[in-house]
Each structure stands twice: as structure tokens, then as C-alpha cells.
Design a protein around this ligand. Structure first.
Ligand code: SAH
Length: 246
């Protein structure tokens, strides 16, 4: 009948929007990656949930669209953060072409960049670029080019998927590229487990970030622009109001 692609926010719980909650309540089948269905299982104990492991994205989306198109079910596909930011929203539209027409609705959520920014202070108050360091679906050369251009253009840079087991040195490589046009003293930060138990953060320099081994795949990384500063222990990128002399 319908597929609703729902963003749960960084940790579900308090960051789940009212609209997302209503979409889950209104669904009769919840589909998602196991780690995400686990996040909401306690809160929605009576819902039927279908989960699959990582790297099964196409199967999972086909399963969801098939249940709506062929069995007339009301399906919610749940993603962490926002479903349109490295989430399932695009893939749901792509696989839907294989089935009879089905209604699709996307319910936005708080993406990790925004959730983590609020933990650090206000690092994204000016133009920023979001770049994923995962080369599973994007060639590494393209990622390097994007890092280089974003650094040159003085964007604040927010990194998703900064490290995984198979990619231990990608953050280091990204920092090296950024340091070609930005000083090692540039203010950076990272937040782990945003909105979940074990949430931690650290503010550090770009030079320190380069050698940092604490960053894992549940971490979002922030690299400040030339104006980013530390104010009372928070990472802040001025928009320019004070500099205008008000
Ligand atoms: N759709 C998600 C992003 C999925 S990509 C969103 O909008 O947030 C997965 C990457 O997002 C992780 O490797 C990490 O960099 C970041 N991320 C997602 N949830 C996070 C959380 N709770 N804490 C820290 N980083 C998170």
C-alpha cells in the first residue's frame, strides 16, 4: 500500500521527531538494518520487524517495496539519522521501478552532522561540505578530489564513515589532503555515539586528528574552516555577525 522511509535521528529516543513516531505507529511492518530496528524495538514492542545485516541494502529495500506493492502492507523503512543522507531513501525510489506503482513518503530525521554539531557547540554555522570516506560505492580518487576542493574553498568539512576495519588509514589520508590548504592548527572535533549511550566528544587540532586512533565508524568528524575557534571549550564557526561590527 505504502512505503514510508523514516529517519530515526542519530540515536532514535529523544531525537525521534513526532512525525517519525507517527509514521512508525501507523505502519504494520518495520524494515531496517538490525542495528536500527534494535534501537526502536523496546519502544514499539508490538510491531512486526524484518531486519537484515549490513551490505544487504538492495534486498532489504526490495523486500519493503514488495510487501507494500504485492501484499498491500503499510511498511516503514527505518534508517538512522536522515534517510536521505547516505540512507535508503534514494534506493527505495530506484527499486520501486521494479514493482507496481506504490506510494512513497520520506520522513526526515536529524542527521549525524547536526546531532553531533549540537554536542560540540556550533561548528556548522557557515557553509559546510559533508563527505563520506567510504569507498564501497564511490571511487577513492573522487573522495580525494572532493576533500581537496572543499578544503581549498574553506568549507567546514563534516566526515561520515571516517574509519572502518578495512580502511584504517583513510582519516589520516583525508587529513593529509586537507592540510595541503589548511594549517595543522585548524580547530577540529569529533563525536562518537551521538544520542546513544557512550556519547563522547573531543575538540582537537587538525594535526592531532591526523594521528587519532579513537575515531571509529560510529563517529562523525568536523574540520573547521579558517574562522572556526574554541569558545569556552566549544567548537564554534562564526557566521560573521560580530565581525560586521554590530
Ligand atoms: N543516514 C545517516 C548516515 C548513515 S552513514 C545520518 O543521516 O546520520 C553512517 C555514518 O554516519 C557513520 O559512519 C557515522 O560517521 C555517522 N553516524 C551515524 N549515526 C551516528 C551516531 N549516532 N553517532 C556518530 N556518528 C554517526
Amino acid at each position: 500500500m505504502k512505503v514510508t522511509v523514516v529517519g530515526l535521528g542519530p540515536g532514535a529516543g529523544a531525537d525521534l521527531t513526532g512525525r517519525a513516531r507517527r509514521a512508525i505507529e501507523g505502519a504494520d511492518l518495520i524494515v531496517g538494518y538490525t542495528a536500527y530496528t534494535d534501537l526502536i524495538r523496546d519502544e514499539f514492542p508490538d510491531k512486526e520487524m524484518l531486519s537484515t545485516g549490513m551490505k544487504k541494502e538492495v534486498d532489504r529495500c526490495r523486500m519493503a517495496v514488495r510487501a507494500a506493492a504485492e501484499e498491500g502492507r503499510n511498511v516503514a523503512v527505518v534508517c538512522s539519522g536522515d534517510p536521505g543522507v547516505y540512507g535508503m531513501a534514494g534506493l527505495i525510489y530506484e527499486v520501486s521501478r521494479e514493482f507496481a506503482p506504490v506510494e512513497i513518503e520520506v520522513v526526515p530525521g536529524i542527521t549525524a552532522a547536526c546531532g553531533g554539531a549540537a554536542v560540540l557547540g556550533a561548528p556548522l554555522t557557515h557553509d559546510f561540505a559533508v563527505i563520506s570516506l567510504s569507498d564501497l560505492l564511490t571511487p577513492w580518487e573522487k573522495i580525494e578530489k572532493r576533500l581537496e576542493c572543499a578544503a581549498e574553498a574553506d568549507f567546514v568539512i563534516c566526515l561520515y564513515n571516517p574509519r572502518s576495519r578495512g580502511r584504517a588509514d583513510y582519516l589520516e589520508r583525508a587529513c593529509d589532503i586537507i592540510m595541503r590548504s589548511r594549517p595543522a592548527g585548524t580547530v577540529c572535533g569529533y563525536v562518537k555515539n551521538i544520542g546513544r549511550s557512550g556519547e563522547t566528544y573531543r575538540i582537537l587540532s587538525l594535526g592531532e586528528l591526523r594521528g587519532c586512533t579513537d575515531v571509529d565508524m560510529f563517529t562523525t568528524v568536523y574540520i573547521g574552516n579558517s574562522q572556526t575557534a574554541v569558545i569556552n571549550g566549544n567548537m564554534v564557526t562564526p557566521r560573521g555577525y560580530m565581525q560586521r561590527g554590530e
